[in-house]
Design a protein around this ligand. Structure first.
Ligand code: MN
Length: 199
């Protein structure tokens, strides 16, 4: 079983004017595709691991043969993180449901959460992701470097943002705060509620 690139549940221009069509297209067809291809290439010599889902591989990285462990962490992580991300993006959904209540309880208000999440994302040096995760049923904001995935640390991702330059540089250039601001317009709260319920 080869890993494959998932289709986007919308058109490349669906998140305009916040996320531009060109970035979405390159991000999906080039960057995500490369993670899928390199993950498959790493697993080529290890049939035993080829039938495992990517989250199963990432949950137990210590069981992956040392020769391909870094490749699985990087490219498997890239595949998982982007597969998580695409359906988590949608315009005009409402901050509501159980996750909205939980965020208000944990952070005080939507605005406080947005502020804290933005600060944490902007504090990341280099490439990586900023996440809202469930850590033993508790909401927590965290960052990961490169394509490291929260599930490798036993945490359940609820919401995340790709802080690699390939995710914003065409439109936002070096203006990371503007990218963060736009991101909050395209969070699919229906999907975030689903991820929260799974945790
Ligand atoms: Mn990316």
């Amino acid at each position: 079983m080869k890993h494959t690139l998932p289709n986007l549940p919308y058109l490349y221009n669906a998140l305009e004017p916040y996320f531009d069509e060109e970035t979405m297209k390159i991000h999906h067809t080039k960057h995500h595709q490369a993670y899928v291809d390199k993950l498959n290439a790493a697993l080529d010599k290890y049939p035993k691991f080829q039938d495992k889902k990517v989250d199963e591989l990432l949950k137990e990285l210590n069981k992956i043969p040392e020769e391909i462990r870094t490749a699985v962490k990087n490219h498997g992580g890239g595949h998982f993180n982007h597969s998580f991300w695409w359906p988590m993006l949608k315009k005009d959904t409402k901050f509501s449901g159980d996750i909205a209540e939980a965020i208000k309880k944990k952070f005080g208000s939507y605005e406080e959460f947005k502020k804290k999440f933005t600060e944490t994302a902007l504090s990341l040096f280099g490439s990586g992701w900023c996440w809202l995760v469930l850590n033993k049923k508790e909401l927590e904001i965290m960052t990961t470097l490169n394509q490291d995935c929260p599930i490798s640390q036993g945490k359940v991702p609820v919401l995340g943002i790709d802080m690699w330059e390939h995710s914003f540089y065409v439109k936002h250039r070096a203006n990371k705060p503007a990218y963060l601001e736009d991101f909050f317009h395209v969070i699919n709260w229906e999907q975030v509620n689903k991820s929260y319920k799974k945790g």
